[in-house]
Design a protein around this ligand. Structure first.
Ligand code: AP5
Ligand code: MG
Length: 221
């Protein structure tokens, strides 16, 4: 399906709720450009850029990177793009305000997955760092163990996927990111999808976006 109208979406949910996995499916099905704050930060850490060196310890400890750094980074990436799917930003009310000042958001997809489910998942996650593609040895394994399906390059486990850091990331989510859900609920753009399995949540997200996008098209017609 090709997009013929500006459409701006945010995907939210606790760490490990499947934002990266669902975003890849949205990109494939609807052609929206995926911008993941975590992938951008990890690419910078990998390339040892100034930003990467500055943010690595924050991320490894499961803490959020300061709002001004994140807002500047993501808003400059959005410049020049019409339609997008933002994953991992905004993560605080201050970031949501900064985004709101720059542009409006059509819809916010919220993945509501219980914390117990998440803790088990993250230890079996493997990531292709250059693209952000994620695999899971239990649920979504690569064709060749340890290697990316598309490029054949090696997969790695993230430094922040240790059990202690996952606990800290979940805490940061509760205190700093949950208020952002309320922010978007009050604007009437929040759509929540609850469940424990991405493969069961995804068909609902797909139907919702099909409806949303055909509605957007009808409005322009
Ligand atoms: P970020 O990379 O955004 O991490 P996160 O929000 O913690 O989320 P994850 O990427 O871990 O999970 P996901 O929801 O994408 O799930 P996935 O699809 O991989 O951020 C990392 C860090 O960067 C932050 O902690 C912070 O320090 C910093 N940062 C980033 N943005 C920031 C911002 N705006 N402000 C400040 N700091 C910021 O799925 C998870 C796993 O589950 C996978 O292995 C997947 O295969 C598996 N899975 C999915 N479904 C199932 C299933 N049904 N059964 C089994 N496994 C499953
Ligand atoms: Mg992710």
């Amino acid at each position: 399906m090709a997009l013929n109208k500006i459409f701006r979406a945010v995907i939210m949910g606790p760490p490990g709720s499947g934002k990266g996995t669902v975003s890849a499916r949205i990109t494939k099905t609807f052609g929206l450009k995926h911008i993941s704050s975590g992938d951008i930060l990890r690419a910078n850490i990998n390339a040892k850029t100034e930003l990467g060196l500055l943010t690595k310890s924050c991320i490894d400890q499961g803490q959020l990177v300061p709002d001004d750094v994140m807002s500047r980074l993501i808003l400059s990436d959005l410049r020049g793009l019409d339609s997008w799917l933002l994953d991992g930003f905004p993560r605080t009310v201050s970031q949501a305000d900064a985004l709101d000042e720059a542009c409006s958001v059509d819809t916010v997809i919220n993945l509501n997955v219980p914390f117990q489910t998440i803790k088990q998942r993250l230890t079996s996650r493997w990531t292709h760092l250059p693209s952000g593609r994620v695999y899971n040895t239990d649920f979504n394994p690569p064709k060749v163990p340890g290697f990316d399906d598309v490029t054949g390059e090696p997969l790695v486990q993230r430094d922040d996927d240790t059990p202690e850091t996952v606990t800290r990331r979940l805490k940061a989510y509760e205190t700093q990111t949950e208020p952002v859900l309320e922010y978007y609920r009050s604007k009437g753009v929040l759509q929540t999808f609850s469940g424990t399995e991405t493969n069961k949540i995804w068909p609902h997200v797909e139907v919702f976006l099909h409806r949303k996008l055909s509605f957007v098209k009808e409005q322009v017609a």
